[in-house]
Design a protein around this ligand. Structure first.
Ligand code: DC
Length: 221
C-alpha cells in the first residue's frame, strides 16, 4: 500500500491539493481534520467547553465517527448522522484545534486513521500524518505559506461564497490556530525529518498540486 502524507498549517491549501492528487492517482483522499472537527462539533452541541480535557475525555465512549465516500467525496458521520456540512462552520476550525490538543482525543482517532491507510492507497492530510499517524509513509510533504497569504486565500473563498468576513479576523484566527497546533505538547504540527518542504506563498492551486505530483512520481518510481 502507498501512503502520501501531507501536513501543514490551516489555510495552506492542503485539502485542495490532496484531493487533486488523489484523483489523478486513483487513491483515496483522507481529510483527518474532519475527525477533529467532528469531536469539536460533538463538544459544542453538548455544551462541553472545547478546552475541557476531562469533560471531553469522559464522553469519548459515546462518540462513533465513521468516514464514508459518496461519489468519491469524503463524508463524516458522527453517531450515524452526516455532519460533513456542520463541521465546516467557521467556528469549528478553532473548536477542532482546541480538542486536538487533548491527548485522549488524539489516541481515540489514531487507529481510525491508521486503518484507513492499511487497506488502500491514500493521500492523507493533517498536522501529524508524517510524524505520528503514518511515520512510514512513502511520500511526505510539508506544505506551508505565509500567514498573510493563507488568510488572503481564506478571505477570497468566503467572499466567493457571498459571505461577509473580515480579512483581519481571519488572519488573527489563522495565527492563533498556528500557535495552538504548533505548541501543543502532543503531536504538534511540525515538519517530519524526511518530509519535502513546499512553500506555496504566491502559487496557484494547480502549481501546488503539480509540484506534489512531481515529488510523488520521484519517490514512487
Ligand atoms: O485541517 P483542518 O483545518 O480541518 O483541521 C482542524 C484542526 O484539527 C486543526 O487546527 C488541528 C486539528 N488537526 C490535528 O491536530 N491533527 C490532524 N491530523 C488534523 C487536524
Amino acid at each position: 500500500m502507498i501512503s502520501v502524507a501531507i501536513d501543514g498549517p490551516a489555510g495552506v491549501g492542503k485539502s485542495t491539493a490532496a484531493k487533486a492528487v488523489a484523483k489523478k492517482l486513483g487513491y483515496i483522499y483522507v481529510d483527518t481534520g474532519a475527525l477533529y472537527r467532528a469531536i469539536g462539533l460533538f463538544a459544542s452541541e453538548r455544551n462541553i467547553g472545547t478546552t475541557d480535557a476531562a469533560g471531553i475525555s469522559a464522553k469519548l465512549h459515546e462518540i462513533r465517527i465513521k468516514l464514508d465516500y459518496l461519489d468519491g467525496v469524503q463524508r463524516v458521520f458522527l453517531n450515524g448522522r452526516d455532519v460533513s456540512d456542520d463541521i465546516r462552520k467557521p467556528e469549528m476550525g478553532m473548536a477542532a484545534s482546541n480538542v486536538s490538543a487533548i491527548p485522549k482525543v488524539r489516541d481515540f482517532l489514531l487507529d481510525l486513521q491508521r486503518d484507513m491507510a492499511a487497506g488502500q492507497n491514500v493521500v492523507m492530510d493533517g498536522r501529524d500524518i508524517g510524524t505520528v499517524v503514518l511515520p512510514g509513509a512513502k511520500v511526505k510533504i510539508y506544505l506551508t505559506a505565509s500567514a498573510e497569504a493563507r488568510a488572503k486565500r481564506r478571505f477570497e473563498e468566503h467572499v466567493a461564497k457571498g459571505e461577509q468576513v473580515s480579512y483581519n479576523d481571519i488572519l488573527t484566527e489563522i495565527k492563533q490556530r498556528d500557535y495552538n497546533d504548533m505548541n501543543r505538547s502532543i503531536a504538534p504540527l511540525k515538519q517530519a525529518g524526511d518530509a519535502v518542504l513546499i512553500d506555496n506563498t504566491g502559487w496557484t492551486c494547480k502549481e501546488t498540486a503539480d509540484q506534489i505530483m512531481k515529488i510523488i512520481e520521484e519517490k514512487t518510481v
